[in-house]
Structure formats: C-alpha cells, structure tokens
Design a protein around this ligand. Structure first.
Ligand SMILES: Nc1ncnc2c1ncn2[C@@H]1O[C@H](COP(=O)(O)OP(=O)(O)OP(=O)(O)O)[C@@H](O)[C@H]1O
Length: 499
C-alpha cells in the first residue's frame, strides 16, 4: 500500500482523487493550501503527490524544490490547466514525474499513478536489505517487524555488537538467532549465556573455562562458553542481570577478545560476535549505578528494539496460524479452523507476556478443543475471556502515559458499549416506532463516525499530539491518521506537543 497526497484548492477535486486512490487500495490525504500541502509533504511518508499549479497562496511549482529535497522524496505529478504548456514544461524541468491536464478523468489519474508506484516499488525492492533474509521463524508482516528485520539484515552484514531490547516474550532470542543465521558466522556456534541463571560461585569457570585441578571438583579442563563461541556468536541473554564484577571482567573480554581460563597462566583468544538482550532499561540502570556506562556503550553499537505484541495486533492472525501449526504437529492432530471471535478476543487482550504468552494460550486452547474441529473464544483460558467480557462493558480509554495493564487499555476491536449512540439520538429513535428507525447503513455510519472521532480524541490526548506514537498505538498509517484527523476535525496540535 502506498501513500498519496493531493494538493488542490478545489475540495471536490480532492475528495474525488482521494476516493479514486482508496479505490485502488492506497492511502490518500489532501491539502487545500500550498502551505498545508508543503507541511504535510515534509512530514515524509508520501510516495506520490498530485500538485495543482494554481493555488490560492502561490504557484504549486514553487514548493517542488523543497519537497524534492527530503530523503527518498515522493514523485510529483503536476496538474496543469487546459492548454498551459508553459506550466507543463516548467513542471518537468523542476523535476516532476509527469504532468496531467485538467479536466481530469479516472484513467488520466490511475495510469500515471500505477506507473509511478511500480517504479518506486522497483527501487524499494532493489534497496531493501531484507530481500534475501532468512527469517529464522520470525512471523509478522507489520511495519514494526519489517523495520526490525531491516535492522537484522544490516546487523548481519557487520561485526558490530548488537543490543536487543524489548518486553519479555517479544522474541529477543529469536531475533538474536536470526542475526546469527544471516551472518557469515552461521556455520559456527550460537552460544547462549543466560546471565540471570549463571551460578554465582562458578560464574568465571562457566564463562571462561578452567584448567584441570584448578579447584575442587575440576577433574578435567573445560573450555567455557566464551571459548565455545569462537568463530560464532555469543548471546548474552538478560545482560542487565550481570553483577558489577562480571561486567568489569566482560568489558575487558569485549575490548581484547582475550581472557584467562580459571587456573591457567596463559590467555586465550576467542573471536566471537556479541549479541546481548535485556528487558530492562540499561540507561536508567547506569544512572542508578547498577550498570557500567562503558559496557553499555560497547554493547549498544547497533540497537534493535522489539515492539510489544499489543502494538502490532495486525500480526495476530499470522502468528496464530504459524504458532498453532507447530502445536498441531507436536500433538500429531489435524489443524483446526479458527473462528473470527477467537481472533477478536485475542485482539482485545493487552498481552503482557507477548508472543510467549500467545504460544502458551494457543497450546492451552488447542488442548481444550482437542476433539473439536474449530477454535472458539470459549476455548481460551478463563482469564482472557474475563478480560474480554469486562472490556465489552467498560469504555475503552488509555491512560495518558499509554501504560497497559488494565482492561481499559484493551485495543478497540469492536465498538465499545460506551461509544454506542445514546438514547434520544435522532438516528436511534425511541425504540417503539418502526418508522422512526434509521436505515441500517445510516445508523451504522453514524455510530462508526462517533466511535472514530472519540477514539482519535483519546489517541491524540494520550499521545499529546505525537503522530509517530499515535501511529504505533493505533496501527494506522501516518497518511490515514492525518486523513481521519481532518475528517473528524480533531486537532492534533490542540495538545500542544510536536513530534
Ligand atoms: N515474531 C515472532 N514470530 C514467531 N515466534 C515468535 C516471535 N516472537 C517471539 N516468538 C516466540 O515466542 C517465544 C518467546 O520468544 P523469545 O524467547 O525469543 O523471547 P524473549 O524476548 O527472549 O523473552 P525473554 O525476555 O522472556 O527471555 C518463543 O517461543 C519464540 O519462538
């Protein structure tokens, strides 16, 4: 899906073009002044701009230079008046992709639009670092996961240390394995060090190995995890749990790639690539003296932040499909159908345990439906069904910090009860006279409009106008969000904070 911006002072023209663009499954936004059009264009994210030359606040061609200066700029299709051959020539000279003459017809718009989008797709796929990436079991087509995969692709090509952060169960180990699998070290070992589980007394020996007889019970020499990772990747899981002594020892190993096994006189070398992961905020730990700043600096050459599942619910159906296939294979049973209400219920949950929790829930639901052909929400664990039942009667609000944790944080999958039309609404009627009822279509549209507006107001309030955060929370594309804000006259800047 691509994003199209229309800059034209004629409202009818704008809505006609928006409809056409939506009709061919792309997103569209419009601006009726040059100033507003330029502002939107400079926020980035547009693939194509239809630009009218004659605007109330200036000549469209004058803003082209500014637009074409942004990173990976959109292509501009200039709309000129009938017979304005000078304007057409200037448009091309100024770097326009094409020009079209008014009056416009759907064909005049769709043809160049398709061509320009095809051209941009070609450029994108030629540059996309992920085009040959092994996903190593990572499921998800959301833009958040795509961005993470881009980082995996770049990190795999380099030798830099990588720090992966994210809530528990977001797939930190899975992504670390993907970096290894796509790197030139993939034929060597991927060695996991769980820093939270290292036995305190034997930490050094576990990591660096020991010589025979170096302590009671050391009846033979061992290599240690750092040595085992030679040529491969060392994955330091839960790195925030390392105590300060170990942090100091590790910093030295990282700097020199050399260490001394316990009881040995000689230092040995290990050529490993380091990937570390944590669900803790290491910068905060540095401030409080719990983590070494110099170590954090070393670990964090490339950083990869994994999104929580609640922020990419569009990945749920794919995750359910792939993760349950594994469960069917393990149990040796036939795959089951998945009902809409099963997915909708999962979508209304806030997922504190992320994908790991989803795996557990699927295992439990599939066992519960063992002899039945289809998964319904009644097969879900009770706590999930209770959350769903509560959210059906409580209005959906997010607290201003956007912190999840209660029923009221559930993402909107259905129109919550609090947003339904109130008694006395013209469209609702008094419930006694059939003739006072609106048509279903009118009723539905009114309810949806109100729900959309309420949602956008809450969203802008919770994010204090930060569009990037609002997109992440709502799952809406930037253009779609702008279009909706405009449609419902919800003022993002009313909250006074810019991106
Ligand atoms: N995007 C994904 N696609 C498929 N499976 C996933 C994805 N993310 C996580 N998983 C699965 O979820 C489970 C937890 O993943 P993983 O152990 O990598 O998470 P983690 O972030 O390292 O968790 P923790 O912080 O608790 O150690 C695993 O079974 C993993 O395969």
């Amino acid at each position: 899906m691509s994003n199209v911006l229309i800059i034209d002072d004629d409202l009818q023209m704008c809505t006609m073009l928006c409809d056409l663009v939506h009709h061919v499954d792309h997103e569209a936004a419009y601006a009726q002044t040059l100033a507003e059009g330029l502002r939107l264009a400079l926020t980035g994210g547009f693939d194509v701009i239809f630009l009218d030359v004659r605007m109330p606040d200036g000549n469209g061609l004058e803003v082209m230079k500014d637009i074409l200066e942004i990173d990976f700029p959109p292509e501009i299709i200039v709309m000129t008046g009938m017979g304005d051959s000078d304007g057409a020539e200037r448009a091309i000279r100024n770097g326009a992709w094409d020009y079209i003459q008014k009056p416009l017809s759907p064909k005049k718009i769709i043809q160049p639009l398709n061509r320009v989008l095809q051209y941009r797709d070609n450029i994108r796929s030629a540059n996309r670092p992920t085009r040959n990436l092994k996903r190593a079991g990572i499921v998800g087509g959301s833009y958040q996961i795509q961005e993470c995969l881009d980082t995996v692709a770049k990190a795999s090509q380099s030798l830099s240390n990588v720090l992966i952060t994210g809530e528990t169960g977001t797939g930190k180990e899975l992504f670390a394995r993907a970096i290894h699998a796509n790197s030139s070290r993939s034929r060597h070992r991927f060695v996991v060090v769980d820093c939270a589980a290292l036995p305190e007394t034997l930490v050094e020996s576990a990591l660096f190995g020991h010589e025979k007889g170096s302590f009671t019970g050391a009846d033979k020499a061992t290599e240690g995890l750092v040595g085992l990772a030679n040529g491969g990747t060392l994955f330091l899981d839960e790195v925030g749990e390392m105590n300060l002594n170990l942090q100091k020892a590790f910093l030295r190993v990282l700097q020199e790639r050399r260490y001394r096994p316990v009881g040995s006189k000689k230092e040995v070398e290990s050529d490993f690539r380091l990937v570390a992961a944590t669900n803790r905020n290491l910068s905060e730990m540095v401030d409080k003296g719990g983590f070494r700043e110099d170590l954090l600096y070393r670990l964090n050459a490339v950083s990869l932040t994994l999104p929580p599942l609640r922020e990419r619910l569009q990945d749920l159906p794919g995750l359910v499909k792939q993760l349950s296939a594994k469960v069917y294979a393990t149990l040796g049973i036939k795959p089951k159908l998945v009902s809409q209400d099963f997915i909708a219920t999962l979508g209304s949950y806030h997922w504190p345990g992320n994908v790991r929790e989803l795996v557990n829930i699927l295992e439990s639901s599939i066992s519960d439906a063992y002899y039945e052909p289809e998964l319904f929400s009644k097969h879900l664990p009770e706590r999930i069904r209770i959350t769903m039942a509560r959210s059906a009667v409580a209005p959906v609000v997010r607290d201003t910090a956007g912190v999840p944790g209660s029923v009221s944080d559930a993402p909107v999958f259905e129109i919550p009860a609090g947003l339904a039309p109130v008694p006395g609404d013209a469209i609702e009627g008094d419930g006694t006279s059939a003739s006072s009822l609106a048509t279903f279509k009118v009723y539905r549209e009114a309810v949806l409009n109100r729900a959309e507006k309420k949602y956008l107001q809450e969203l802008m309030k919770a994010t204090r106008g930060a569009i990037k955060e609002a997109c992440a929370i709502s799952g809406l594309g930037r253009t779609r969000l702008y279009t909706l804000l405009k449609k419902h006259s919800v003022d993002r800047m009313g909250w006074g904070v810019k991106e």
